[in-house]
Ligand binder design. Structure first.
Ligand code: MN
Length: 468
């Protein structure tokens, strides 16, 4: 070893492209990571510093167990043992119950960061899922810059998921993209704000054993969903909580195990985006929520510069550019309020006992090229607007072969929209292709060519009867 050389451990090799090597230098509870481009293998190498990172270096065998232990030590020293307190008591009791699991999950994540293991972070393309990815991204950046225990680079693919299932196609993609790495640590998959549909089972089974997985969610757990048995499945329903603690908030809380980053605005954006009872419309977060909703649904923006989906890094580059952020926010707000204004003019109103039932079409309310706003989210916004008037309301928004139904929480039990849909599916077995959802938000898909007007008439009369 040369006098000026320093021992680095090569902990991950990327084979694709020009190839690169994740090298870590451990010293007294901290790590410095660098990317190098020499030829080599996992092991110990001597390098004199970044300027020599391209040179071929002699490599000795290293004990991978010892390397992992060093990374685990850094992860453990970097994490906060006391549970994050948001100041909202209904949330804090749930978070403190979840804390031991969050702490373990986050230590695993930090260990992968230190060792440069490939990570895939998939987030749902709505304000909630994206606020979670954004909170995690900012917290990792903060940790690497200010944490003083890890400096350098890490390896992650951030993928905006245009659906709420982890499909076998997603799993195959993740296996093949991480297959281009040789690493002392398994790759990590982080899932944020997917549903709990058994439709994800096949994908989850495909990556099982090959990835460590952190799955952060807040949807009621469907029977037969295998994700709930993962060691790092994080869902408030397992801890006396419910969907009012959205995935964006949960991810921000998990990030608090290792970062002191202030994520309150991001947390509130997730509350607002998912209509949580904890949403605070007077605190910062409403703009961010509207912005995230738009950048994840406007077809031209959501695809991102690389056409593979906008990433938290790109989102951050817009948000930190004040002028650009203001411009895009105003675009989002104008588009949304125009669509709401047009829908309000076209509304038909039916009277039920103690409640108004509104019907509106959505087909010509948005431009074909941007696809913004998306109908499901728009119907929630429109109902919110209708409820501003103070009366109870139910909304039927139709577009294409779909009817999107949104129900005021205070009449949801009585209206029993899921019961109505179940009855209709029996009566119109041929005409209704699918239907279901929650008691406040449900959808029906009518078979192509069948007039949805008849189905809507049936829904209205069933609602009137139930509300009597
Ligand atoms: Mn959500």
């Amino acid at each position: 070893m040369r006098a000026d050389a320093v021992e680095y451990a090569v902990t991950c090799i990327k084979h694709s492209g020009t190839g690169s090597f994740h090298c870590v230098r451990f010293s007294k509870g901290r790590a410095d990571a660098v990317e190098a481009s020499f030829d080599g293998e996992l092991g110990i190498c001597d390098i004199a510093g970044p300027q020599q990172m391209h040179r071929h270096n002699p490599i000795q065998k290293a004990d991978p167990v010892a390397l992992v232990e060093k990374a685990e030590e850094i992860a453990s020293l970097s994490t906060e043992r006391r549970a994050y307190a948001s100041g909202i008591s209904g949330i804090d009791s749930v978070i403190s119950a979840m804390w031991p699991k969050m702490l373990d999950a986050s230590r695993m994540l930090l260990k992968k960061l230190v060792l440069g293991a490939p990570m895939v972070i998939r987030f749902h393309n709505d304000a909630d899922g994206t606020s979670g990815a954004y909170a995690l991204y900012k917290s990792i950046e903060d940790f690497m810059a200010n944490g003083n225990r890890l400096k350098g680079s890490y390896t992650a693919a951030w993928i905006m998921n245009r659906g709420i299932t982890y499909t076998t196609a997603d799993a195959s993609h993740d296996l093949s993209s991480t297959g281009a790495f040789t690493s002392v640590e398994k790759p990590l998959l982080v899932i944020i704000d997917f549903g709990t549909s058994p439709g994800s089972n096949a994908g989850a089974r495909l990556v099982g054993g090959k990835f460590d997985i952190i799955w952060i969610d807040h949807h009621p757990i469907e029977e037969g969903f295998v994700g709930q048995h993962l060691p790092f499945y994080i869902n408030p329903w397992q801890y006396m909580g419910n969907s009012d603690i959205p995935a964006g908030f949960l991810t921000a809380a998990l990030s608090k195990t290792f970062s002191g980053m202030d994520t309150r605005e991001i947390e509130n954006a997730s509350f607002i985006g998912d209509y949580s009872r904890y949403a605070d419309r007077k605190a910062p977060g409403a703009d961010l929520s509207a912005f995230l909703d738009m950048v994840t649904s406007d077809a031209r923006i959501a695809s991102g510069p690389s056409a593979s989906g906008i990433t938290p890094k790109e989102i951050d580059s817009i948000i930190t550019d004040q002028e650009r952020y203001r411009e895009m926010l105003s675009y989002a707000k104008t588009k949304m309020s125009d669509a709401i204004g047009n829908a309000m003019q076209k509304l038909r109103r039916y009277k039920a006992n103690g409640c108004a039932i509104y019907v509106s079409g959505f087909d010509d309310l948005r431009s074909e090229d941007t696809k913004y706003p998306l109908p499901g989210r728009f119907s929630s916004k429109l109902l919110e607007k209708l409820l501003d008037g103070g009366d109870h309301a139910i909304l039927l928004l139709h577009f294409g072969n779909y009817v999107s139904i949104r129900v005021d929480t205070s009449v949801a039990d009585k209206a029993d929209i899921l019961g109505i849909i179940a009855g209709l599916k029996e009566k119109y077995a041929e005409e209704i292709e699918s239907g279901g959802g929650h008691k406040t938000a449900a959808n029906i898909k009518v078979a192509a060519g069948y007039p949805k007007e008849e189905i809507m008439r049936e829904i209205i009369s069933a609602l009137k009867k139930r509300l009597e």
